[in-house]
Design a protein around this ligand. Sequence first.
Ligand code: ADP
Ligand code: ZN
Length: 513
Amino acid sequence: MTGSSHEVLKSVFGFHDFRGVQEQVVDRVLAGRHSLAVMPTGAGKSLCYQLPALLRQGTGLVISPLIALMHDQIRSADALGIRAASLTSADGGRAETENRLRAGGLDLLYVAPERATTGAFRRLIAEIPLALIAIDEAHCVSEWGHDFRPDYRQLRSILDERSDVPRLALTATADARTRSDILAQLGIPDDGLIVAGFDRPNIRYHVEPRNGVAAQLKALLASQEGAGIVYAPSRDKAERIAESLSTARRPALPYHAGLDPSVRAGNQAAFVQSENMVIAATVAFGMGIDKPDVRFVAHAGVPKSIEAYYQETGRAGRDGEPAEAWLFWSASDFATARKRIETEVEPERRQGERERLNALAALVETPNCRRVILLRHFGESPPERCGNCDNCLNPPTTVDATEAARKLLSAVFRTEMRFGAGHLIEVLAGNDNEKVRRFGHHRLSVFGIATQDELALMQPVARALVARDALRADPYGGLSFGPSARAILKGEATLEIALPPPRKRRSRGRRSE
Ligand code: ADP
Ligand code: ZN
């Protein structure tokens, strides 16, 4: 195809302007240079390789990890008149696709990494002119990333066999370390990194401790118009939440992998068309869903990582109109997530997962701007306050709770790391009740050492310490030290927390008043 990139943008894609960094990426590929584009979901990554594939001589080879994604992409390419095909185990007509490729009849060829690295495939493309090689979901190449796939590691050899072909790695989620990993693994120079803005200024972030989530969600719905998604931590909870929220005026339906496929598809279709429906879903929901007017996303439990939080909340307000993101969290969510990392994640990937969870803990715990924490994680340097999150709109009164935290940690230590926050607070308050006496805790040096002000903070302090992995909770709530306990005990780290609103303060420890 001939013409300038702007002409093709109009004639083929029907768009008047590039969005964000698209033009920068397209120009670089057209100049034959290697690049890594980090762009949030919805920013328009596909166009970044589709358009140059049309303008450069040869076929654009696209490495993509999921057959369903490839087929979606091919359908939308077809609709634009772009000649695209895939070679996967799910595709028939393989000989025909290969013939089209050889005859120069394909603008784009999609292939999974495990096939791309086979000898047969390399022989097939050896003589074919390639416009570019796009590596979609490029974070899969990094062990540090959240979705490492060993097949991605093998790609380097085919890239190097065709070192004259510009390579374009694309991803929506990559923290600084994952990015430099992708650059190194795929042989892309540092100046090839192009990062789009991650901010979604129309989304207002709210974070609250969970405390009777059904009532919290009902209160939210009462003040919130429009369609929304509630993410539930399990299928079971998705069902129960849908049931408890559904009213005649505002239907709520569940969505999860355990539903009959036809029911699931029906619920999804109903949601996409609806203007006021709530869907209570597990994380499976939302992947390929195109509903720009989702007005709110609520999480009834903490997502897997800060990336997951960004992705899931990002499904709100795609139309640019004001939208809300609500997160209802509990310290036990973090305890469970940490346990999962230690028991289910391969050892070499644990540190990355821990840091992604810590970033989320920092976001829920902060008395300062939520957006700042989110955007810093994606490598941006936003201003101190966004003006559109709960903490910016309603700055909480904060206190330095370091001393209270140290007392709580000491109590955990002195009671041999197996008691829950409730008992520890009794000990710190100096209440010699039956349980305290039974364990001889009234004789400990920490008995009665906390002041009334400190006692009033102990529950939120315990939550914050669990969130930042200074304390770990066992399944019965028993607390023991986590890796960040030492820094607080030694005075190397401080803990600032938002003062809980007065009516929610616990009366524990005030018995002696
Ligand atoms: P991503 O892969 O980054 O999530 P897509 O490539 O699926 O995003 O694009 C998201 C949406 O944005 C699509 O509907 C696409 O047609 C649209 N889009 C892409 N580029 C532009 C543009 N320059 N102007 C307007 N819409 C665009
Ligand atoms: Zn803010």
